[in-house]
Design a protein around this ligand. Structure first.
Ligand code: UDX
Ligand code: ADP
Length: 473
């Protein structure tokens, strides 16, 4: 058998992973027709919108879609048609943490992956390479293989690959255009290796060969969980140190700078914060915890669980510090929260630290005004309702407002909380904000973003994560 030729790709799932990934493949491979499909009509309509009002905000994405849509990139709800036509299918559907049943709160809900896989098996009439792109627990590819093989038709064989995506939101396009590595896992059979070559050849259109790593299927699946767990572990480590800094008067940025100079540690991912968020870190660590427990490795499970617990602690610690500083009560006090997305340069709010913090503020009966430059208002209301099921939307709206700009959000507030590191917050007219706030005017910088000395000079009482003794009130 020779290396299968890929001229048509189908991507199932037009979300944060499938959309940008396959748009970049279309950009870099004009000879390949790429069709991204989704069951969600509104999402597909947005991808196809004439004014390029795309369903996700990602710097540079619009340019890629403008260059390719209608040329060799198509968005559709015709899942079956795209499956039938494709030589290679990416499965990029969502894999949220299970909310009920076995493994609730830890295990990934593989229902969407299974449904998509069954659909492929049912519809395909010719051989396909099926690529697992969604982050999934180890051995999901094996389940997909069993489903596909049990349902395949004569002349339609399936080869399964694991090709985890390492893009980070906010930098997705540059991560995809020049990835640190592309990882492809396959069965170590002749057919598995040939399928792996076919996918490698697609990436080789723009990724240097030495960055395309080919490994076994299980190693590939585990590597994705491991990469995210290690990255999150660095943040929890620096956040744990930030608590020591605050208690002792050390400066976490100085500590991070000093330790990051050690080439064995390196400077990246050492920014202390109010807590990590995003769709991957927590979910993947909890997956790893579940896997470890299933493998009867309780110490390993406890080790990784602590990374998530430290993150929860950081958010609680931050809220408590706000309450303590505002004279031990925030009841009826106005607090401006700048940023709602889980990080800058994205409109995504999944697991955003802002959600938890605002929930705590609401429980303390504060009045909260939120401003975020990208997050849709509807999304904010949905997130707040989900996190506080005992509050009705009406009750939430009595305590929470969404402002059209940072200046408005801060008007008459007693405190400003920086929850997302949007660059525009650095250059706000802080003098004007100070004028409009109640005095004393507090700033709690949960992202080590603003120049605390400059703000203190204006008159603010500044309190930054990981810096002790700055509040002098
Ligand atoms: C992450 C991984 O980086 C990516 O490789 C994987 O494919 C998906 O998960 P993402 O969640 O999009 O990407 O963003 P990332 O930049 O990793 O940030 C995650 C969270 O950690 C954010 O809330 C961010 O603000 C926070 N963070 C990041 C810190 O608090 N400090 C840091 O030093 C870095
Ligand atoms: P991710 O961040 O992993 O990309 P998203 O939730 O942003 O996750 O996107 C996953 C997409 O997959 C959603 O738009 C969802 O509608 C779509 N999806 C889930 N199951 C199927 C399916 N069986 N067929 C087509 N699309 C699906």
């Amino acid at each position: 058998m020779s290396v299968p030729k890929v001229s048509k790709i189908c991507c199932i799932g037009a979300g944060y992973v499938g959309g940008p990934t396959c748009a970049v493949i279309a950009l870099k491979c004009p000879h390949i027709q790429v069709t991204i499909v989704d069951l969600n009509q509104a999402r597909i309509d947005a991808w196809n919108s004439s004014d390029f009002n795309l369903p996700i905000y990602e710097p540079g994405l619009e340019d890629v879609v403008r260059a390719t849509r209608g040329r060799n990139l198509f968005f559709s709800t015709d899942v079956d048609g795209a499956i039938r036509a494709a030589d290679l299918i990416f499965v990029s559907v969502n894999t949220p943490t299970k909310k009920t049943g076995i493994g609730a709160g830890y295990a990934a809900d593989l229902n969407y992956v299974e449904k998509a896989t069954r659909r492929i098996a049912q519809i395909a009439t010719s051989s396909k390479i099926v690529v697992e792109k969604s982050t999934v627990p180890c051995r999901t590819a094996e389940s997909m293989r069993v489903i596909l093989e049990a349902n395949s038709k004569p002349d339609a064989r399936f080869d399964i690959l694991s090709n985890p995506e390492f893009l980070a939101e906010g930098t997705a396009i540059s991560d995809l255009v020049s990835p640190d590595r592309v990882l492809i896992g396959s069965l170590q059979t002749h057919e598995g290796k040939e399928a792996c070559k076919a996918l490698s050849e697609i990436y080789a259109n723009w990724v240097p060969q030495e960055r395309i790593l080919t490994v076994g299927l299980w190693s590939s699946e585990l590597s994705k969980l491991a990469a995210n767990a290690m990255l999150a572990q660095r943040i929890s480590s620096i956040n744990a140190l930030s608590a020591i800094c605050e208690a002792t008067g050390a400066n976490i940025d100085e500590v991070a700078h000093a330790i990051g100079k050690d080439t064995r540690i390196g400077p990246k991912f050492l920014k202390a914060s109010v807590g990590f968020g995003g769709s991957c870190f927590q979910k993947d660590i909890l997956n790893l915890v579940y896997l470890s427990e299933s493998l009867h490795l309780p110490e390993v499970a406890a080790y990784w669980r602590q990374v998530v617990e430290m993150n929860e602690y950081q958010k609680r610690r931050f809220t408590r510090h706000v309450v303590d500083t505002l004279f031990k009560t925030i009841t009826g006090k106005r607090i401006a929260v700048l940023g709602f997305a889980f990080k800058a340069d994205t409109g995504d709010t999944r697991e955003s630290a802002a959600i938890t913090i605002i929930k705590h503020f609401m429980e303390e009966k504060a009045l909260v005004t939120i401003y975020d430059p990208q997050v849709e208002h509807e999304q904010i209301w949905m997130d707040l309702q989900e996190v506080s099921p005992t509050f009705t939307l009406q009750q939430i709206k009595r305590q929470v407002q969404i402002a059209p700009c940072a200046l408005d959000a801060c008007a008459e507030a007693e405190a400003v909380v920086i929850a997302t590191e949007w660059k525009e917050f650095i250059t706000l007219d802080w003098e004007a904000i100070y004028e409009q706030m109640s005095k004393p005017a507090f700033i709690f910088d949960g992202r080590l973003l603003v120049d605390s000395a400059k703000l203190a000079k204006i008159g603010f009482k500044v309190s930054s994560i990981g810096r002790g003794a700055e509040v002098t009130a």
